[in-house]
Design a protein around this ligand. Structure first.
Ligand SMILES: Nc1ncnc2c1ncn2[C@@H]1O[C@H](COP(=O)(O)OP(=O)(O)OP(=O)(O)O)[C@@H](O)[C@H]1O
Length: 722
C-alpha cells in the first residue's frame, strides 16, 4: 500500500474535516477487506488466488494505459494545425492538481467541503471527463482548475499549469460554462461569425474567417439552424441543445490549447452528443489540445472517446485514471457492470447517494447502502496502484515543467474589435423590441402628452412657471426613463463577462463598441420625440435653440445610460440595479437646484458636493438658459406692467449661475459622460484584475491548511519525493 506522507495526528484535526473523515469511517468496513492492495500477501485460498490474479492483470492493464498516455504527451513535434492556431510547437498546456480542497463556509463555525483532496492531471492530446452525480462538485472542480471559483469559496492545495503556479486568464484557455449566455437577437450564423471576427487575427481574410465559422458550425451539426435567431425569453428560437452547440462552436473557433466544458452534452440527444464529443475529442487528439469536460450520462460510444475519467462523489475521488479501466476497477471492488447496462450509468448509479437504494456487492449479493459502497470505492482507490501512478504522473509533470503562458486574448486588432462590437451591439439593440422600439414608442407618447398638456405655452407671466415645469419634466423624467435599458445592460454584462474571460476582446474595445452603438438610437429618441414636444409646447423659436435642446436631451440620456452601465457592472441584478439607479437619480434630481434653490438648502453637504456633482444642475441650467435667454415676460409686481428679461428670471428667481454660457453646461455634461464611461471601463477592467487577489486572500496556503483544517494528504507529491 502506498504510504501517505505526513499523516497528521488525529487530535489536531479540525471539525470540518474531522466530520468528513468520520463519515468515511462510520460504515466500519475497511477497504482492504474488499479491495486488497496487490503488494500485500493474502492467505492462500482459491477464491483469493483468483481475485489476486485478476487484480494483477488489472494493474498491468492500467500500467499499459498510463504508459500509452505518457507516450502521447512525449511526442515532441506537435502537428502544426493551421495558420490560426499559430501555436509554436510544444506550447501546449498541461495541468496538474494536487490535494485540492475547496470549501465554503456558511457562517462562523460551519464549513462545507466541496472538493476533498483531489489529485489529478490533464495533458495535451487527451480528453479528461469528469463524471459524478449531480452536486458532486464537477463544476467546482472545473472552476477551480480554470481559476474561476467564486469569492465565497476557499481553496487549498496546488494547481499547476505547465508545472508552475500561473493564472489562466483572457484567452489562454476557453471555458464553455453550464449556462448558455448568448445574444438572443442574433442568428446562429451572425453569432458565430461575429465571434470569428472578434477572435481570429486580422491577417486572415474575411472569407477565411467566414469559412472557419461555417466549417465549425457544420462540424457541430448547426447547418440547418444557421439562419435561426437564438431566441430567449418571449421569443423562442433555438432549442436548449442547439444553444449548447452554439456556445461550444464559439469557443472552439480558435482551437484553444486548453478547453474546459461544463456539461457540453446537456440537452443533446445521444447522436448529437456523440458527434459533439467526437469533434472535441478529435480536437484533443489531432490538435494536441487539452480538454477537460464534466459530463452527465454519456452513452457507451461517447464513453469510449474519453482518455481519462475522474469520477467524483460528494467532492471525493472515486476513481481517476484511464476511462477504459474504470469498469474493471468497479468489478474488482465487487460492483461489476451488468451485461446490458451502460458502464457510465452503472458508475453513476453505484455512487449516487441522493436516493434510497441498496447496492449489491460481489457474487454473494451482499447488500449495503450507497454511502457504504462509495466509501469502499474511495478507500480502495486511495490505496490502489492506479492512484499511486496518477500521483507519480503528477510529480513527473511537475518536474517536466513547461512554458510560462503568454497573455493571449483576441488576435484581432483593437480597431477590428471595436468595429465588430459596435456593429454587433447595434444589431442587437435595434432587434430588441422591448429595449428599442417599445422605449421609443413610450418616448413619443410621453412627448405627445407633454405637448398637449403645455400646448402653445405663450409668453404670459404664468408661462414662466409653466416653462420651468415642462423643462424640469424633460430634464429629469424623460432622461430618467433611460433606466429602462437596465435589463439589457445586465444581459450585456453577462455576455461580456463570458467573452472577456475567454479572451474574445479587450475591455477598451467593448466600452468603445458599447458607447458608439448606443449613439444613433439615443439621438433618434432625443430628436424625434423632442421635436414633437418642442413644437407643440412652442418653446423658443430658432434652429440653434432646437439643436441645443436636442443635443442636451441626447447627452443627458447618454449620461443616465452610462450611470446604469456602471451600476450593471457592480450590481448584476435587475431589481437591485433598477432600485439603486432610481435612488441615485432621485438624490441628484432633488439636489439639482430646482426643487430647492441652492442658497436655501440648509445642509452644506447637499449644497456643495452633491449639488455640483448632480448632473441635473447642469441639465436644468442648460435647458433654462436655452429657453429663457433672449425672451421677455410681463411682471405683475405692484400691478405695473413691467417687462422682465429671461436672464433676470434665471439670475434672480431661479438663482442660476449666469457667469458661463449654456454651452459650458453642455460641455460639463459631456465631460461627465466621458468620466462615467471611464469609471465603467475601470470597474470592468480592474474588478477582473482584483479577482485573483480577492481569491488569493481567500486561498488558504497548504501550510495554513495543516494548521486550520488538517488535510491528510497535505504534502505535495514532489516534496514527498514521489
Ligand atoms: N460558491 C458556492 N457557494 C456555496 N455552495 C456552492 C458554491 N459552489 C458550489 N456549491 C455547492 O457545491 C456543490 C457542488 O456544486 P457543483 O456545481 O460543483 O456540482 P455539479 O457536480 O457540477 O452539479 P451538476 O451536475 O448538477 O451541475 C453543490 O451542492 C453546490 O450547491
Amino acid at each position: 500500500m502506498p504510504s501517505q506522507p505526513n499523516v497528521p495526528e488525529r487530535t489536531k484535526r479540525s471539525t470540518c474535516h474531522e466530520t468528513m473523515e468520520r463519515e468515511e469511517e462510520k460504515d466500519g468496513i475497511g477497504m482492504e477487506e474488499y479491495f486488497p492492495s496487490p503488494s500485500e500477501p493474502k492467505p492462500s485460498h482459491p477464491e483469493h488466488d483468483d481475485h489476486n490474479a485478476s487484480f494483477r492483470i488489472f494493474h498491468e492493464n492500467i500500467s499499459l494505459e498510463m504508459e500509452r498516455a505518457k507516450l502521447s504527451t512525449r511526442r515532441e513535434n506537435f502537428p502544426q494545425c493551421d495558420a490560426v492556431q499559430s501555436g509554436s510547437q510544444g506550447d501546449s498546456i498541461f495541468l496538474t492538481w494536487e490535494d485540492l480542497w475547496v470549501t465554503v463556509s456558511n457562517g462562523k463555525t460551519k464549513c462545507r467541503s466541496l472538493l476533498q483532496g483531489l489529485t489529478g492531471y490533464a495533458q495535451p492530446g487527451e480528453f479528461l471527463a469528469i463524471m459524478g452525480p449531480s452536486g458532486c462538485g464537477k463544476s467546482t472542480l472545473l472552476d477551480a482548475l480554470a481559476g474561476r471559483l467564486s469569492s465565497n469559496t476557499r481553496q487549498s492545495g496546488e494547481i499547476l499549469i505547465n508545472g508552475r503556479k500561473q493564472t489562466l486568464a483572457f484567452g489562454t484557455s476557453a471555458y464553455v460554462t453550464q449556462d448558455d449566455t448568448l445574444m438572443t437577437t442574433l442568428t446562429v450564423r451572425e453569432a458565430v461569425y461575429y465571434s470569428a471576427q472578434l477572435q481570429l487575427p486580422d491577417s486572415m481574410s474575411r472569407s477565411e474567417k467566414k469559412e472557419r465559422a461555417e466549417m465549425t458550425m457544420r462540424e457541430l451539426g448547426l447547418q440547418d439552424t444557421m439562419n435561426t435567431r437564438i431566441g430567449g425569453w418571449g421569443s423562442k428560437g433555438l432549442s436548449g441543445g442547439q444553444k449548447r452547440r452554439v456556445s461550444i462552436c464559439i469557443e472552439i473557433l480558435t482551437r484553444p490549447k486548453l478547453l474546459f466544458l461544463d456539461e457540453p452534452t446537456s440537452g443533446l440527444d445521444s447522436a448529437a452528443s456523440y458527434h459533439v464529443i467526437k469533434r472535441i475529442a478529435d480536437l484533443a487528439q489531432q490538435d494536441e489540445r487539452t480538454i477537460i469536460a464534466s459530463i452527465h450520462q454519456p452513452s457507451s460510444e461517447v464513453f469510449e472517446l474519453f482518455h481519462n475519467l475522474c469520477l467524483l462523489s460528494s467532492g471525493r475521488t472515486v476513481y481517476f485514471g484511464p476511462a477504459s479501466a474504470a469498469n474493471e476497477f468497479f468489478a474488482l471492488n465487487g460492483f461489476p457492470c451488468p451485461t446490458l447496462r451502460n458502464p457510465s450509468d452503472h458508475f453513476l448509479r453505484t455512487i449516487n447517494k441522493d436516493f434510497d437504494q441498496d447496492i449489491e456487492q460481489g457474487s454473494d449479493g451482499l447488500k449495503m447502502t450507497t454511502e457504504e459502497a462509495i466509501n469502499i470505492l474511495v478507500r480502495s482507490y486511495k490505496s490502489s496502484e492506479i492512484c499511486q501512478q496518477v500521483r507519480t504522473r503528477v510529480a513527473e509533470l511537475y518536474k517536466k515543467g513547461g512554458k510560462t503562458l503568454e497573455k493571449k486574448g483576441s488576435q484581432a486588432s483593437f480597431f477590428t474589435q471595436s468595429l465588430v462590437l459596435t456593429r454587433r451591439s447595434f444589431v442587437n439593440m435595434y432587434r430588441d423590441v422591448g429595449y428599442y422600439w417599445l422605449r421609443f414608442a413610450v418616448y413619443i407618447s410621453l412627448c405627445l402628452c407633454v405637448g398637449t398638456v403645455f400646448y402653445k405655452i405663450g409668453h404670459s407671466y404664468g408661462s414662466i412657471q409653466a416653462r420651468s415645469s415642462v423643462l424640469m419634466y424633460i430634464a429629469s423624467f424623460i432622461t430618467f426613463m433611460a433606466i429602462g435599458g437596465f435589463p439589457s445592460f445586465v444581459e450585456d454584462m453577462k455576455i461580456f463577462e463570458r467573452e472577456r474571460l475567454n479572451g474574445h476582446y479587450g475591455v477598451g474595445a467593448y466600452v468603445m463598441g458599447n458607447t458608439l452603438s448606443s449613439i444613433p438610437y439615443l439621438l433618434l429618441v432625443s430628436a424625434a420625440p423632442g421635436a414633437i414636444a418642442y413644437y407643440l409646447v412652442g418653446l423658443q423659436r430658432g434652429i440653434e435653440h432646437f439643436v441645443y435642446f436636442t443635443l442636451l436631451l441626447f447627452i443627458c440620456t447618454l449620461l443616465v445610460e452610462s450611470l446604469m452601465m456602471i451600476i450593471a457592472s457592480v450590481v448584476p441584478n435587475f431589481l437591485m440595479g433598477i432600485i439603486s439607479g432610481a435612488g441615485i437619480q432621485g438624490l441628484m434630481m432633488l439636489n439639482g437646484g430646482f426643487f430647492r434653490l441652492r442658497d436655501d438648502i440648509p445642509n452644506p453637504f447637499w449644497r456643495y458636493p452633491i449639488y455640483y456633482i448632480s448632473f441635473h444642475k447642469y441639465a436644468f441650467e442648460g435647458f433654462y438658459k436655452n429657453e429663457f435667454e433672449g425672451l421677455t415676460f410681463p411682471s405683475n409686481q405692484g400691478g405695473q406692467p413691467i417687462l422682465m428679461s429671461g436672464n433676470e428670471i434665471l439670475r434672480k428667481t431661479l438663482q442660476m449661475d449666469m457667469d458661463y454660457s449654456k454651452w459650458v453646461d453642455l460641455a460639463v455634461l459631456l465631460g461627465m459622460v466621458v468620466l462615467y464611461r471611464l469609471i465603467f471601463l475601470g470597474i470592468i477592467k480592474f474588478v477582473e484584475k482584483f479577482k485573483p487577489i480577492i481569491r488569493a486572500l481567500g486561498t488558504i496556503s497548504p501550510k495554513q491548511t495543516t494548521q486550520v483544517m488538517v488535510n491528510p494528504y497535505s504534502t505535495p507529491l514532489h516534496e514527498a519525493g514521489i
